[in-house]
Design a protein around this ligand. Structure first.
Ligand code: CP3
Length: 353
């Protein structure tokens, strides 16, 4: 269709890859592409009272969303927010303490669910939808906007443990001991998370990602019940409202269960952690869905030849089929910003035979 040539590509590269196209230069973005490794982030961060205030201020959050995209020209902007804004909106006390990570008032049993104010949660997240709309309004024509949420399982781990955990013994004990009570928490999170993502898409998000950071700590039967099933229900709800909106699932460290996750949840693309082997990816996953990942974030921090070689190798191995370049987890705060510049250049060069 010659007349379309002058108008440039009809679709954003990220959306093409999600639609199953293989691009010679992979579209790319980075999990946690906004954050402490950027001096301009630290500058804005210093102005806000706390991290929750940053996420709840559309002007500041939109600025933070755009910072890495302006600097490096990624193919996607990801909404600046946090997966813990859902527990916050449910009325669970949340604070981000310097050097400690998130701290929540733990929910420990079925009766604690009564403390959550589920009905008004989505209305409280209104500033986040406003951020999405603002960003969509200023993004360039080639850059896609990604909205996101935590998966019910991962969000529940923080809600029950009260923060980060080493062994997850509280959340696992509850999940094993009381299927019904813990199931009620997951059910509540399925409902609210689906509504939250629907609202983000309505506000302008073109893709959504479900972060399941702690998917990989569960045995298969529990993985099926608390990771696959809730994800499948969220995907079904989103697909019924927005059949064409791609959904990226990221069940971190799921190992060989990645394949069941892809087959059974209905997600459109799959985020890979750094330990997923490339031959498993090309043989077992790429025939089923577009894959996203999976450079070790430490390689981006290290830079130099180690980074160049690893990026070239990934392009050779994953670049023959539908693929979005990303890290296998978030950018580390210690990453030199110049290394991301190098990465941007490496990904834009032609791949030599
Ligand atoms: O990717 C992006 O740039 C978008 C923004 C984003 C943040 N968190 C900002 C943030 C996204 C997508 C997240 C997801 C998130 N948040 C996850 C899933 C992905 C993952 O990393 O596993 C999880 C588990 C959280 C919960 C969370 N938020 C933790 C454990 C922490 C503390 C640890 C840390 O890195 O500081 C946060 C804080 C947080 N979320 C920061 C940012 C930029 C740092 C806040 C600061 O001190 O300035």
């Amino acid at each position: 269709m010659g007349s379309d040539l002058d108008a440039g590509p009809l679709m954003k590269p990220l959306l093409l890859a999600l639609d199953g196209e293989t691009l010679s230069n992979p579209p790319w973005w980075l999990m946690r592409q906004a954050g402490r490794y950027l001096p301009e982030y630290r500058q804005v961060r210093a102005k806000a009272r706390d991290f929750i205030e940053l996420c709840s201020s559309p002007a500041l959050a939109a600025e933070l969303t755009m910072q890495p995209v302006r600097r490096y020209g990624m193919d996607a902007a990801i909404l600046f927010s946090d997966i813990l804004m859902i527990p916050h909106a449910l009325g669970q006390g949340l604070a981000f303490r310097e050097g400690e990570g998130p701290v929540l008032e733990p929910i420990e049993s079925h009766s604690d669910l009564a403390r959550l104010d589920s009905d008004r949660a989505i209305a409280r997240l209104e500033p986040i939808f406003e951020t999405v709309t603002r960003v969509r309004g200023v993004l360039g024509p080639q850059t896609a906007l990604i909205g996101f949420a935590g998966s019910p399982w991962t969000v529940a781990t923080y809600m029950v443990e009260g923060g980060a955990s080493r062994d997850f013994r509280r959340v696992k004990s509850w999940a094993y001991r009381d299927l019904e009570g813990f199931g009620a928490l997951i059910e509540l999170l399925v409902e609210r998370t689906a509504e939250y993502l629907v609202a983000q898409i309505s506000a302008g998000a073109e893709v959504v990602q479900l972060f399941d950071t702690w998917a990989g700590i569960l045995p298969e039967a529990a993985f099926e019940r608390w990771v696959i099933e809730p994800t499948r229900r969220i995907v079904a709800k989103l697909k019924s409202k927005f059949p064409n909106c791609p959904i990226i699932g990221f069940p971190r460290s799921a190992g060989v269960l990645y394949k069941r996750y892809v087959l059974e949840t209905g997600i459109s693309a799959i985020g890979l952690d750094p330990t997923v082997p490339t031959d498993y990816t090309t043989n077992d996953l790429q025939p089923l869905a577009t894959v996203q990942g999976n450079l070790d974030p430490v390689l981006l921090m290290v830079g130099g030849k180690a980074l160049e070689d690893a990026v070239t190798e990934l392009r050779r191995l994953l670049g023959q089929r539908p693929w979005i370049f990303n890290l296998g987890h978030g950018v580390l705060p210690q990453t030199p910003p110049e290394n991301v510049e190098v990465l941007a250049r490496l990904l834009s060069e032609p791949l030599l035979p």
